[in-house]
Design a protein around this ligand. Structure first.
Ligand code: CDP
Ligand code: CDP
Length: 226
């Protein structure tokens, strides 16, 4: 497995991880893992079953037995398309309230690592480079100013015809980032071996190009070292 290259993109909410990771994986012909979707799916399943956010055992159980299918455009839970439902901020919020639980995180580990298949993988989340794929060939910490990220989320919602309030979005982003950064296990944090990519003033295309450039550099270096 370690021969299969992995590129990790970790960073705060709405930094563009999903958008960039998906496009980069397409450009390289690699598989794509949206790890946040798994946490959101556990959150959705738990909310539907009225499971308490502190019930670690039941949440871990849900994580281990998730019946989930990913396609290029959506995700199915128990045979139902929940692509839009899991994107709701309420789902992201619940996800971040349960994501600190060790048994839940452990329950998702093998499922995430199973995405590592030839010819390669691009994975996005919070701990892709630090915990799930520590031997990734390229680790990137993707970020943007909080204001820019709130603005991106706002635009994303408006484009979908969902009304939103920029102040509330800003507040929700700050709270979630703080919770994700301050937990003991797998916190949102730039690890020393991750390259910082600040996208505040960059277009999607520019960011994708940068990621592909960084990947080409790591490969040039690897062949030079050999
Ligand atoms: O996955 P994450 O929450 O980090 O972010 P996302 O959902 O991929 O991106 C949030 C929004 O920002 C999307 O609507 C992207 O199109 C947009 N975006 C952008 O405007 N400029 C960038 N450089 C990157 C993303
Ligand atoms: O798209 P956005 O960045 O807003 O969120 P996401 O990546 O879908 O993740 C939702 C929540 O799941 C995060 O706020 C984290 O609490 C949790 N998560 C995590 O703990 N570890 C990951 N690898 C991915 C997500």
């Amino acid at each position: 497995d370690s021969a299969v290259p992995v590129i990790t993109l970790d960073g705060p909410s709405a930094s563009g991880k999903g958008t960039i990771a998906r496009l980069a994986s397409q450009a390289l012909g690699f598989h794509y893992l949206d790890s946040g979707a798994l946490y959101r799916l556990v959150a959705l399943a738990a909310m539907q079953a009225n499971v308490d956010a502190h019930d670690e055992q039941r949440l871990a159980d849900i994580a281990l037995h998730l019946d989930v299918v990913f396609s290029d455009t959506s995700v199915w839970l128990d045979g139902k398309n929940v692509g839009d439902e899991i994107r709701a901020e309420s789902c992201g919020e619940f996800a971040s309230r349960i994501a600190h639980l060790p048994a839940l995180r452990a329950g998702l580990l093998d499922r995430q690592r199973a995405f590592r298949k030839p010819p390669g993988l691009v994975a996005d989340g919070r701990d892709m480079g630090s915990v799930v794929f520590p031997d990734a060939v390229l680790k990137i910490y993707l970020t943007a100013s909080t204001e820019e990220r709130a603005h991106r989320r706002y635009k994303q919602l408006m484009d979908k015809g969902i009304s939103a309030n920029i102040e509330n979005l800003l507040q929700a982003l700050r709270e979630r980032d703080e919770r994700d950064s301050n937990r003991a296990l797998s916190p949102l944090q730039r690890s020393g071996d991750a390259k910082l990519l600040d996208t505040t003033c960059l277009t999607i295309e520019q960011v994708v190009d940068k990621v592909l450039e960084m990947y080409a550099e790591t490969r040039d270096k690897a062949s030079g070292d050999a």
